[in-house]
Write a protein that binds this ligand. Structure first.
Ligand SMILES: CC(C)(COP(=O)(O)OP(=O)(O)OC[C@H]1O[C@@H](n2cnc3c(N)ncnc32)[C@H](O)[C@@H]1OP(=O)(O)O)[C@@H](O)C(=O)NCCC(=O)NCCS
Length: 294
């Protein structure tokens, strides 16, 4: 293995490592101020930060949840992720945890590497669902959403980002008629990114929305969407345009946009937006049993 050292980081993650941790995870651990025990590990190669990982510890259920694991593309394939995972499993054993769980949405070599990381440690990885990954470069020419990736595009005046909704407007969504509980914004918990989620507001009330979060480096996931029966035709497309426009600004260029498996028509939606130009990704839910004295 290459000459890499590992360090523990505090809740406020220093800049060279911050870029390797998902933004919502960073915010969550900074905000909870000790209420949620966590471990943040960084890896240093030749004096440079090259990877980071975050686990939160659910002491009541004796489960560690790996919230973020990312190795710089230049440092991959050298065993760094494996070493970090082993250190975290050691700590899990010291804390008396039964297992460490995590989920990931990847494809190609990264999926193979993550699957190998789990299998090598005796873990299981079940496939939650196939996911459609749309590359922003591929939908630049889409007449439906391409315009939202060009400078000068403006969102419809009826659309507000979740960060712009009032508390009352957000609460009204939690009790909206015919909105199933699993689609409600609260069902997404900490993951919901208020600047990647948008609502169509008519007469002061949100009547349609799309929710999103960042799932990886330049990877964004639409986790759920909903339209009340009275929401105008076209509101849904306008919301997706707003969401991809926000992803574009956040990533500063190319990104992958995932359509969530929760939506029963996800493949049809990807087809509609891209004319069939999308890649299959896989979502897995993994669990590794912690061995005492690991
Ligand atoms: C997945 C990822 C963490 C792997 O990091 P890494 O440091 O390259 O991983 P390692 O070098 O420790 O290799 C892990 C295992 O995968 C195996 N592997 C690597 N590439 C592989 C491939 N293409 N096919 C099969 N196995 C592969 C390695 O042999 C190793 O297994 P071993 O320990 O049995 O030898 C890295 O690719 C990454 O950060 N991807 C992005 C993940 C992401 O988006 N995270 C954000 C959301 S949490």
């Amino acid at each position: 293995m290459v000459n890499v050292s590992f360090c523990r980081l505090g809740r406020i993650i220093p800049e060279p490592f911050a870029g390797y941790i998902l933004p919502y995870v960073r915010k969550m651990i900074a905000r909870t101020d000790g209420a949620v025990p966590c471990t943040v590990l960084g890896a240093i190669w030749n004096g440079l930060a090259c990877a980071a990982a975050v686990v939160t510890w659910n002491e009541e259920e004796s489960v560690g949840e790996l919230r973020s694991l990312f190795v710089d593309p230049k440092a991959r394939g050298c065993g760094i992720a494996g070493r970090m995972l082993d250190l975290l499993l050691e700590e899990a054993a010291n804390r008396g945890m039964d297992e460490v769980v995590f989920d990931y949405v990847l494809n190609g070599e990264e999926l193979a590497a993550m699957d190998a990381l789990v299998a090598r440690r005796g873990g299981t990885a079940s496939t939650a669902a196939p996911i459609c990954g749309m590359r922003s470069d591929d939908f630049l020419d889409s007449p439906l959403i391409g315009p939202a990736l060009r400078p000068g595009w403006k969102r419809d005046k009826s659309i507000l980002l979740f960060s712009e909704l009032t508390q009352q407007q957000r609460e009204s969504l939690e009790s909206a008629e015919r909105l199933p509980a699993f689609l409600r914004p609260s069902a997404m918990g900490e993951r919901l990114d208020p600047t990647l989620s948008a609502a169509w507001v008519a007469d002061g009330r949100p009547v349609a929305f799309t929710l999103g979060f960042q799932s990886g480096d330049r990877m964004f996931c639409q986790s759920s969407s909903w339209r009340a029966p009275g929401a105008p035709e076209g509101s849904f497309r306008a919301l997706i345009c707003t969401q991809v426009n926000q992803c574009w600004y956040r990533s500063g260029g190319s990104f992958v946009f995932f359509i969530s498996p929760i939506h029963p028509r996800s493949a049809a939606m990807a087809e509609w937006f891209t004319g069939g130009n999308y890649e299959p990704y896989t979502q897995r839910e993994a669990a590794i049993t912690v061995r005492a004295g690991a």
